[in-house]
Design a protein around this ligand. Structure first.
Ligand code: CA
Ligand code: CA
Length: 234
């Protein structure tokens, strides 16, 4: 009786081992890589470029596949091949989130190169921890809260110092102004292979163009008034 039980247990164990082995090998064979480089669109001094390039999160929503860029902006995501489309999200605090859609993932892919990185627009500030995937007056007002402060000042916040020159001033406001009225939907599709389609005027929605022009017309007055409104803070 005991011998029969022992044989049964051995058989079950053998079946489990045999059953698992092909799966494990199959998974290892089916892993591919998605790699590339990401950079911010901020023009800043050479010594803070690595700060800007590092810390972009690259993730596939709904899965545990996620990685972060190093100080060169490089990322490498390893995940199983897939025949269905894959959404890849790239994000970082104070930058406008960007997505890349792969129609399928049947072989490893290089999305961008060091010479031609994927650029994320800066200026989508976290407001109470939330970025709304749009760059507008709310983001300017967020920076103005710490306007005219420098590193060491009680209200200075590093996240609001967009060009990372240890001072929050009009240069940081202008970073946002340059991307004003942009949303995550305004990014051009990412073409794997290090080439990002360049924006063309004909692709720009009429509404966005109109609002951008309106903003540029009223910008000095709006900014001046906003700064004056916040004057009591500094
Ligand atoms: Ca925003
Ligand atoms: Ca600054």
């Amino acid at each position: 009786m005991l011998q029969k039980k022992f044989i049964s247990v051995c058989l079950i164990l053998a079946m489990l081992i045999v059953g698992f082995m092909p799966t494990t090998i199959s998974n290892a064979e089916n892993l591919g890589t998605i790699e590339g480089f990401i950079d911010g669109d901020i023009i800043s001094s050479q010594n803070v470029i690595s700060n800007i390039r590092q810390g972009f999160t690259v993730e596939v929503p709904g899965t545990s596949y996620s990685t972060v860029t190093d100080d060169k902006g490089y990322f490498k995501l390893e995940m199983p091949f897939s025949t269905i489309k894959i959404q890849i999200i790239m994000k970082k605090s104070a930058f406008l989130e960007r997505e890349c859609i792969l129609s399928s993932f049947s072989e490893s892919v290089i999305l961008s190169t060091a010479a031609n990185p994927i650029k994320l627009m800066s200026g989508d500030m976290p407001v109470q921890g939330v970025q709304d995937k749009a760059i507008n007056m709310t983001d300017i007002l967020e920076v103005i809260k710490a306007f005219n402060t420098t590193l060491g000042y009680p209200t200075y916040e590093e996240i609001l110092d967009l060009n990372q020159d240890k001072a929050i001033n009009m240069e940081d406001i202008m970073v946002i102004v340059n991307n004003f009225n942009k949303s995550s939907l305004d990014y051009e599709p990412i073409v794997p292979g290090g080439v990002t389609a360049k924006p063309t005027p004909t692709n720009t929605p009429q509404k966005t163009e109109h609002l951008s022009q309106s903003f540029l017309l009223i910008r000095p007055q709006v900014l001046l008034q906003s700064i004056l409104d916040q004057g009591q803070m500094w």
